[in-house]
Design a protein around this ligand. Structure first.
Ligand SMILES: NC(=O)c1ccc[n+]([C@@H]2O[C@H](COP(=O)([O-])OP(=O)(O)OC[C@H]3O[C@@H](n4cnc5c(N)ncnc54)[C@H](O)[C@@H]3O)[C@@H](O)[C@H]2O)c1
Length: 248
């Protein structure tokens, strides 16, 4: 069964690991996709008739307007908005955490999600779906992770406001909360952590994840598909953990 037949979907961070895996799954399920990233995502040439790629910075209002316009021009109304672009920032004690890094991380996750919704919502069909990639980091604190953890908590605030505001139009809004995923984004976090704690950062995470392993981008994509599609038609304002039990 195809779950997104003929649906028009915007994916930010569409050039990254989770974004690409989600795009592939959405395409398998019959969707048209608009992939937004800092550098236009490559590798979708075969699906040219159902894929638009846009080079854009999600933290800039003019870019948000432009990628939404590209989606509307090519496909008409929007059915699914997946706000997924992300950067990590750094880890440092509060007195040493650089202000400009803090701002840069909020700009992508928080302002980027705000701008995506602000510009896309007028074009989202009644009954559509917005999915926001937060993180297990949106549900817990850890020393020194000021930019990222703050941003991932803030996305839940946007998600909840949108869920209530858009419910009268039947537009559902939910967040997903991946735990550590086996990809380069997480690997660089773990390499840094490993240097701080003096042991293998990847192994450290495997030990605190009840399922005992990292997730895959494809596993996250399946949760996004569920929230994007009518399979979750009575689910809005919720936080879906995709974290191997790490938040329990
Ligand atoms: N990898 C993990 O373990 C993990 C865990 C929890 C949550 N997440 C979240 O998942 C999302 C996707 O991350 P990923 O793991 O696929 O990493 P990734 O680095 O492969 O993908 C992130 C993408 O966002 C893009 N991006 C960054 N800043 C941007 C900007 N200003 N404008 C447009 N695009 C921008 C990057 O170019 C990249 O392609 C992020 O929001 C991340 O915080 C990841």
């Amino acid at each position: 069964m195809k779950l997104l037949e003929g649906k028009n979907c915007i994916i930010t961070g569409g050039g990254g690991s989770i974004g690409r895996a989600t795009a592939r799954l959405f395409l398998e399920h019959g969707a048209n996709v608009v992939l937004v990233d800092i550098a236009a995502p490559a590798g979708f040439e075969k699906e040219r008739d159902r894929v638009v790629t846009v080079e854009a910075d999600v933290s800039k209002a003019a870019d948000a307007e432009r990628y939404v316009a590209a989606a509307v021009t090519r496909f008409g109304a929007i059915d699914v908005l997946f706000c997924n672009a992300g950067n990590f920032g750094t880890v440092a004690p509060i007195e040493a955490y650089p202000e400009e890094v803090f701002d840069a991380v909020q700009a992508v996750h928080v302002k980027g999600t705000f701008l995506a919704a602000k510009h896309a919502v007028p074009h989202i069909r009644n009954g559509g779906s917005i999915v926001i990639t937060s993180s297990v980091a949106g549900t817990r604190g850890d020393p020194g992770v000021y930019g990222y953890i703050t941003a991932k908590h803030a996305q839940i605030g946007i998600m909840r406001c949108l869920a209530k505001e858009l419910a009268p139009r039947g537009i559902r809004v939910n967040s997903i909360h991946p735990g550590p995923i086996d990809n380069s984004f997480q690997k660089s976090v773990e390499d840094d952590l490993g240097r701080i704690i003096g042991r293998d950062g990847t192994q450290f995470f495997d030990e605190i994840i009840p399922l005992g392993r990292h997730g895959t981008a494809e596993e996250v994509a399946m949760s996004v598909l569920y929230l994007a599609s009518d399979m979750s038609s009575f689910t809005t304002g919720t936080m879906l953990m995709v974290d191997g039990g790490m938040s329990v």
